[in-house]
Design a protein around this ligand. Structure first.
Ligand code: SF4
Length: 238
Protein backbone atom coordinates (compact mmCIF):
# COMPACT_ATOMS: atom_id res chain seq x y z
CA UNK A 1 0.00 0.00 0.00
CA UNK A 2 1.44 3.39 -0.96
CA UNK A 3 2.07 6.11 1.60
CA UNK A 4 -1.17 8.01 2.17
CA UNK A 5 -1.11 11.46 0.57
CA UNK A 6 -3.91 12.85 2.71
CA UNK A 7 -5.28 12.26 6.14
CA UNK A 8 -7.62 9.32 6.30
CA UNK A 9 -9.54 10.70 9.29
CA UNK A 10 -8.27 8.62 12.21
CA UNK A 11 -8.13 11.63 14.51
CA UNK A 12 -11.79 12.50 13.89
CA UNK A 13 -12.68 8.83 14.34
CA UNK A 14 -10.82 8.65 17.64
CA UNK A 15 -12.34 11.87 18.98
CA UNK A 16 -15.87 10.76 18.13
CA UNK A 17 -15.39 7.35 19.72
CA UNK A 18 -13.76 8.86 22.79
CA UNK A 19 -16.74 11.21 23.23
CA UNK A 20 -19.13 8.26 23.05
CA UNK A 21 -17.24 5.58 25.01
CA UNK A 22 -15.07 7.68 27.36
CA UNK A 23 -11.42 6.92 28.16
CA UNK A 24 -10.87 3.14 27.97
CA UNK A 25 -7.09 2.62 27.80
CA UNK A 26 -7.20 -1.05 28.80
CA UNK A 27 -5.56 -4.33 28.56
CA UNK A 28 -7.03 -6.80 30.99
CA UNK A 29 -4.00 -7.73 33.11
CA UNK A 30 -2.51 -6.57 36.40
CA UNK A 31 1.17 -7.29 35.68
CA UNK A 32 3.46 -7.27 32.65
CA UNK A 33 3.71 -11.06 32.87
CA UNK A 34 -0.07 -11.43 32.92
CA UNK A 35 -0.42 -9.15 29.86
CA UNK A 36 2.16 -11.22 27.94
CA UNK A 37 0.50 -14.49 28.92
CA UNK A 38 -2.90 -13.07 27.89
CA UNK A 39 -1.51 -11.82 24.56
CA UNK A 40 -0.28 -15.34 23.70
CA UNK A 41 -3.39 -17.11 24.98
CA UNK A 42 -5.76 -14.86 23.05
CA UNK A 43 -4.42 -16.01 19.68
CA UNK A 44 -7.32 -17.52 17.69
CA UNK A 45 -9.82 -17.42 20.50
CA UNK A 46 -12.06 -14.99 22.35
CA UNK A 47 -11.23 -13.32 25.62
CA UNK A 48 -13.78 -15.26 27.66
CA UNK A 49 -11.82 -18.46 27.00
CA UNK A 50 -8.57 -16.70 27.88
CA UNK A 51 -10.06 -15.55 31.18
CA UNK A 52 -10.80 -19.13 32.18
CA UNK A 53 -7.20 -20.16 31.45
CA UNK A 54 -5.82 -17.13 33.32
CA UNK A 55 -8.10 -17.90 36.24
CA UNK A 56 -6.68 -21.44 36.40
CA UNK A 57 -3.11 -20.13 36.37
CA UNK A 58 -3.92 -17.53 39.02
CA UNK A 59 -5.54 -20.15 41.26
CA UNK A 60 -2.38 -22.28 41.04
CA UNK A 61 -0.20 -19.18 41.62
CA UNK A 62 1.48 -19.75 38.26
CA UNK A 63 0.54 -16.53 36.49
CA UNK A 64 4.13 -15.36 36.01
CA UNK A 65 6.93 -16.11 33.58
CA UNK A 66 9.33 -17.34 36.27
CA UNK A 67 6.91 -20.16 37.13
CA UNK A 68 6.04 -20.90 33.50
CA UNK A 69 9.73 -21.21 32.56
CA UNK A 70 10.06 -24.28 34.82
CA UNK A 71 6.55 -25.73 34.84
CA UNK A 72 5.77 -29.27 33.71
CA UNK A 73 4.44 -29.00 30.13
CA UNK A 74 1.52 -31.37 30.75
CA UNK A 75 0.39 -29.36 33.76
CA UNK A 76 0.52 -26.09 31.83
CA UNK A 77 -1.43 -27.63 28.94
CA UNK A 78 -4.14 -28.77 31.35
CA UNK A 79 -4.42 -25.34 32.98
CA UNK A 80 -4.66 -23.37 29.73
CA UNK A 81 -6.87 -25.89 27.92
CA UNK A 82 -9.93 -23.54 27.88
CA UNK A 83 -8.03 -21.13 25.60
CA UNK A 84 -7.83 -23.71 22.77
CA UNK A 85 -4.72 -24.86 20.83
CA UNK A 86 -3.42 -25.55 24.31
CA UNK A 87 -0.40 -27.70 23.32
CA UNK A 88 0.82 -25.09 20.87
CA UNK A 89 0.17 -22.24 23.30
CA UNK A 90 1.84 -24.04 26.22
CA UNK A 91 4.98 -24.48 24.11
CA UNK A 92 4.86 -20.81 23.08
CA UNK A 93 4.46 -19.64 26.67
CA UNK A 94 7.29 -21.82 27.90
CA UNK A 95 9.59 -20.72 25.06
CA UNK A 96 8.83 -17.07 25.77
CA UNK A 97 9.27 -17.46 29.52
CA UNK A 98 12.60 -19.30 29.20
CA UNK A 99 13.89 -16.79 26.68
CA UNK A 100 13.02 -13.81 28.88
CA UNK A 101 14.18 -15.43 32.15
CA UNK A 102 17.40 -17.02 30.88
CA UNK A 103 18.40 -14.21 28.52
CA UNK A 104 17.40 -11.17 30.57
CA UNK A 105 16.41 -12.31 34.05
CA UNK A 106 12.80 -11.34 33.32
CA UNK A 107 10.83 -9.01 31.11
CA UNK A 108 12.09 -5.79 32.65
CA UNK A 109 15.57 -6.57 31.29
CA UNK A 110 14.12 -7.65 27.95
CA UNK A 111 12.04 -4.47 27.65
CA UNK A 112 15.08 -2.21 28.04
CA UNK A 113 15.67 -2.65 24.31
CA UNK A 114 14.50 -0.04 21.81
CA UNK A 115 11.10 -0.62 20.19
CA UNK A 116 12.34 -1.90 16.83
CA UNK A 117 15.05 -4.11 18.32
CA UNK A 118 12.55 -5.55 20.79
CA UNK A 119 10.02 -6.16 18.01
CA UNK A 120 12.60 -7.93 15.86
CA UNK A 121 13.54 -10.20 18.74
CA UNK A 122 9.91 -10.94 19.65
CA UNK A 123 9.11 -11.84 16.04
CA UNK A 124 11.93 -14.38 16.14
CA UNK A 125 10.27 -16.29 18.99
CA UNK A 126 8.08 -19.36 18.56
CA UNK A 127 4.53 -18.39 17.55
CA UNK A 128 4.87 -14.65 18.09
CA UNK A 129 3.40 -12.85 15.09
CA UNK A 130 3.10 -9.13 14.51
CA UNK A 131 -0.19 -8.60 16.35
CA UNK A 132 1.02 -10.50 19.43
CA UNK A 133 4.43 -8.79 19.37
CA UNK A 134 2.88 -5.33 19.09
CA UNK A 135 0.35 -6.06 21.85
CA UNK A 136 3.25 -7.04 24.11
CA UNK A 137 5.29 -3.97 23.11
CA UNK A 138 2.42 -1.51 23.63
CA UNK A 139 0.64 -2.94 26.64
CA UNK A 140 3.38 -4.75 28.56
CA UNK A 141 6.54 -2.84 27.58
CA UNK A 142 4.73 0.52 27.35
CA UNK A 143 6.34 1.55 24.05
CA UNK A 144 4.41 3.36 21.30
CA UNK A 145 3.45 0.98 18.51
CA UNK A 146 -0.09 0.62 17.17
CA UNK A 147 -1.75 -2.80 17.29
CA UNK A 148 -3.69 -3.95 14.23
CA UNK A 149 -6.22 -6.68 14.92
CA UNK A 150 -9.16 -8.21 13.07
CA UNK A 151 -11.53 -5.57 14.49
CA UNK A 152 -9.32 -2.76 13.18
CA UNK A 153 -9.19 -4.37 9.75
CA UNK A 154 -12.98 -4.71 9.66
CA UNK A 155 -13.58 -1.10 10.68
CA UNK A 156 -10.99 0.40 8.29
CA UNK A 157 -12.45 -1.68 5.49
CA UNK A 158 -16.02 -0.56 6.12
CA UNK A 159 -15.20 3.06 6.90
CA UNK A 160 -12.78 3.81 4.10
CA UNK A 161 -12.67 0.76 1.85
CA UNK A 162 -9.11 -0.09 2.96
CA UNK A 163 -8.53 -3.71 1.86
CA UNK A 164 -9.19 -6.12 4.73
CA UNK A 165 -6.15 -8.19 3.82
CA UNK A 166 -3.72 -5.28 3.45
CA UNK A 167 -0.23 -5.88 4.83
CA UNK A 168 -0.13 -5.59 8.63
CA UNK A 169 2.67 -3.01 8.69
CA UNK A 170 1.03 -0.89 5.97
CA UNK A 171 -2.10 -0.59 8.11
CA UNK A 172 -0.05 0.14 11.21
CA UNK A 173 1.84 2.84 9.34
CA UNK A 174 -1.43 4.43 8.12
CA UNK A 175 -2.62 4.88 11.69
CA UNK A 176 0.76 5.83 13.17
CA UNK A 177 1.39 8.61 10.67
CA UNK A 178 -1.85 10.37 11.66
CA UNK A 179 -2.09 9.75 15.37
CA UNK A 180 0.37 11.39 17.77
CA UNK A 181 3.01 8.90 18.96
CA UNK A 182 1.87 8.40 22.52
CA UNK A 183 1.52 5.16 24.46
CA UNK A 184 -1.72 6.05 26.28
CA UNK A 185 -3.26 7.43 23.10
CA UNK A 186 -2.37 4.29 21.11
CA UNK A 187 -3.73 2.08 23.90
CA UNK A 188 -6.94 4.06 24.11
CA UNK A 189 -7.50 4.26 20.34
CA UNK A 190 -7.06 0.50 20.02
CA UNK A 191 -9.48 -0.03 22.92
CA UNK A 192 -12.00 2.34 21.28
CA UNK A 193 -11.88 0.33 18.04
CA UNK A 194 -12.44 -2.91 19.93
CA UNK A 195 -15.41 -1.32 21.73
CA UNK A 196 -16.85 -0.07 18.43
CA UNK A 197 -16.50 -3.53 16.89
CA UNK A 198 -18.15 -5.22 19.85
CA UNK A 199 -21.02 -2.78 20.24
CA UNK A 200 -21.82 -1.79 16.65
CA UNK A 201 -19.40 -2.90 13.95
CA UNK A 202 -20.06 -6.59 14.42
CA UNK A 203 -20.02 -9.18 11.67
CA UNK A 204 -23.58 -8.00 11.01
CA UNK A 205 -23.09 -4.27 11.56
CA UNK A 206 -25.60 -2.20 13.49
CA UNK A 207 -25.03 1.10 11.66
CA UNK A 208 -28.11 3.06 12.68
CA UNK A 209 -26.90 3.35 16.30
CA UNK A 210 -23.21 3.67 15.48
CA UNK A 211 -21.55 6.91 16.67
CA UNK A 212 -19.40 7.17 13.52
CA UNK A 213 -22.01 6.31 10.89
CA UNK A 214 -21.84 9.78 9.33
CA UNK A 215 -18.13 9.44 8.57
CA UNK A 216 -18.35 5.80 7.45
CA UNK A 217 -18.70 4.82 3.76
CA UNK A 218 -20.64 1.66 4.56
CA UNK A 219 -22.79 3.38 7.19
CA UNK A 220 -23.64 6.28 4.82
CA UNK A 221 -24.50 3.86 2.04
CA UNK A 222 -26.80 1.91 4.35
CA UNK A 223 -28.41 5.17 5.50
CA UNK A 224 -29.14 6.12 1.86
CA UNK A 225 -30.70 2.71 1.28
CA UNK A 226 -32.88 3.12 4.38
CA UNK A 227 -34.01 6.59 3.23
CA UNK A 228 -34.77 5.30 -0.24
CA UNK A 229 -36.88 2.48 1.19
CA UNK A 230 -38.63 4.51 3.90
CA UNK A 231 -42.42 4.98 3.49
CA UNK A 232 -41.96 8.77 3.50
CA UNK A 233 -39.44 8.60 0.69
CA UNK A 234 -41.71 6.27 -1.26
CA UNK A 235 -44.59 8.72 -0.80
CA UNK A 236 -42.43 11.54 -2.20
CA UNK A 237 -41.43 9.55 -5.23
CA UNK A 238 -44.94 8.21 -5.88
S1 SF4 B 1 -21.44 2.78 10.49
FE1 SF4 B 1 -21.71 0.57 10.42
S2 SF4 B 1 -20.07 -0.22 9.16
FE2 SF4 B 1 -19.53 1.88 9.77
S3 SF4 B 1 -18.28 1.65 11.60
FE3 SF4 B 1 -20.39 1.93 12.27
S4 SF4 B 1 -21.25 -0.13 12.47
FE4 SF4 B 1 -19.35 -0.29 11.27
Amino acid sequence: MAKAERNIGFEALYKTLRRRFGFLNWWPGETKDEIIIGAILTQNTNWKNVEKAICNLKYEKLLDLESIAVINAGKLERLIRPSGFYRQKAARLMDFARYAMQGYGGVDGFFKKGTQELRKELLGLNGIGKETADSIILYAAGKPIFVIDAYTRRILNRMWGIPYNAEYDDLRFLVEQEIRKDVDLYKDFHAQLVELAKRHCRKEPCCSECPVNKMCSYGSYMQKLRERDSPLEQAWSA
